[in-house]
Design a protein around this ligand. Sequence first.
Ligand SMILES: [Zn+2]
Length: 442
Amino acid sequence: MLTPEGLAPATFVVEDERIVQLCGWDEVPAGAELHDYGELLMLPGLVDTHVHINEPGRTEWEGFETATQAAAAGGVTTLVDMPLNCVPETIDENALEAKRRAAQGQAWVDWAAWGGVVRGNAEALPLLVRAGVPGFKCFLIHSGIDGFAWVDERDLRLALARLRGSGLPLLAHAEAAGPVDAAMKALNADGADWRKYATYIASRPDTAEVEAIALLIRLAEEIEAHIHIVHLATAQALPLLAEARAKGLRITVETCAHYLWFAAEEIPDGATEFKCAPPIRSAANREALWSALLDGTIDIVTTDHSPCPPAMKRRDEGRWDLAWGGIASLGLALPVLWAAASRRGIGIERIAEWMAAAPARLAGLTGRKGTLAAGADADFVVLDPDAAWTVAAEDLHFRHKLSPYLGAELRGRVLETWLRGEPVFRSGAFPGEPRGREQVRR
Ligand SMILES: [Zn+2]
């Protein structure tokens, strides 16, 4: 079992949905119902702080029921939903209420909702804080969703001033529009072939990420805000980030499973199921991201699960400029990371830090989620760490079975997932009723 002290044989006692005690097998209170998992690995339930559930409003893309079942099947017991791709976007209190109504009776795991920072909604932010959101998300470039307007430096200053004193993080999609616009213009002037993956990468250069991150670091320093960089894809920003963190700025960084697993060299032309922004970059870049996880420059690994109806991927044309961006992967991240990490000689305890403890901290859930310790919710995963398997459509529990991971050879199989002391996934099925609760910031 993975306890706060490390991997060791252990037993925990659950009462009223929580872990009340860690102890030896022979110290379990008499009369307790016993579960013995033998040599299997028990990990804290994972926390995925970057998921697009899309409900209400775009439930045909993804919804609470299918997203939370996919999470449960992958050992994820808490999801934090992104404020866009649903309608209405979660940018004011009424939208948050609509999301709460949509989740009623449908969530198989616990969840929370990030609020949105968009151009013109600074007034709504204190109300969302009071309503219990754990933080906010913004874009520094067009988000792909017209109802979720991107922000410039002036908007960011307004929002950060409103959030001052709340202690909440501002999550930022860190690509600057300037370098992307310039690259697009040059590519189109040259008559670039939009079926080629090389064209897509060239359209979203590393410099777009570096420029946006430099701005965010400057603001974090001036305003003393907590800024969180979502889905870092470029290794070129790592020196800047390491320097900012060495100065003691409150900057946290996340990357995604797909940036750690795939590499541009292996992505076929026209294979738009791999499209995401920022794009998946080179194999050398991928190895630099792994090094940054190991040295602590990157804190968190999420999925950025962001599906759409398969037709929107326009796979028949295979044009990277026209396809919807977003990779569907919820439920696969643990065996993906474990397969990739074990190949690199990295232990499972690091994965639990990146995918459970650190994201729980970001979402204000420390002590409650992401750890197997007394006082925490009894959320845990039973993993067969040595099971090797190949991803097939029937392994995917999200709505549309289109994912670049189809055919991937993974390691580690989630056998059971428990949420607050009851199984929510066991032997390939979802026992009981949806019991997921919103985790409101207290
Ligand atoms: Zn996203």
